[in-house]
Write a protein of this length. Structure first.
Length: 230
């Protein structure tokens, strides 16, 4: 959502049990009855003050891309739209990194308008790793787009009803009974997994552009290093 105030708001502030995260600050000057009136507008997300880094990133992304389907549409759209999405996602990661005292990251510029074979392979590897699944408390979980949409729907129900229990078929074919807390934790884990995949892609792309990575095998090794056990 957008927030407007007479003064520029802090990037982060806590009010009660809520954490306010403000970004994309913009100063506006309007003429009202012959006088200049200055106000500040910004994008704002409000999350519980004890939210994790992954939850903050997810909230910021959802402020613009309201579902995983919207993210997928951006990724599979034109190069311009896809790059806008990747830049926005990186911004969300950096906003969370600053709050949690971590180093910010950058998306290196590709030296050519046309992606190299190595970059194309890395992008494919990122996607394959993202949808390959994770293990949460010993439960193997799907992370394909349909599964991500389903778990987000389950999370929404769990946040509204803390006593909810749902039957969930895992990647091993076993049906597990999940309570609200577990559903939310699984959703967080999947969000963190997606974030790790994008962060790794940014790292690999930088190494490709600097010629530190020159083979497909090196790309495989990089993505294999992503921890998928939560």
């Amino acid at each position: 959502m957008r927030s407007e105030s007479t003064e520029k708001q802090d990037d982060y502030f806590i009010l009660g049990n809520r954490l306010f995260v403000n970004y994309n600050h913009e100063e506006k000057i309007r003429n009202i009855d012959g006088q200049e009136v200055i106000s500040w507008v910004c994008d704002q997300v409000i999350i519980p003050k004890n939210s994790s880094r992954a939850e903050m990133i997810e909230a910021i992304i959802r402020n613009r891309y309201h579902s995983y389907g919207a993210e997928l549409a951006a990724i599979n759209s034109s190069e311009t739209v896809k790059n806008e999405y990747l830049a926005f996602r990186q911004m969300a990661i950096n906003i969370a990194n600053v709050y949690f005292g971590l180093e910010t990251e950058t998306l290196p510029e590709t030296p050519s308008d046309e992606p190299t074979p190595l970059l194309q392979y890395a992008a494919t590897k990122r996607w394959e790793t993202e949808i390959a699944g994770i293990t949460f408390n010993g439960i193997p979980l799907y992370t394909d787009d349909r599964s991500k949409i389903l778990i987000m729907g389950a999370r929404s129900r769990a946040e509204k009803n803390s006593s909810i229990q749902e039957q969930w078929t895992a990647a091993d074919g076993v049906i597990y009974t999940l309570n609200a807390s577990t559903i939310i934790s699984i959703s967080d884990a999947i969000g963190e997994h997606v974030s790790r995949c994008f962060s790794k892609f940014a790292e690999v792309r930088g190494k490709i552009n600097s010629s530190e990575i020159t083979t497909y095998e090196q790309i495989d090794t990089e993505f294999a290093s992503i921890n998928t056990v939560y």
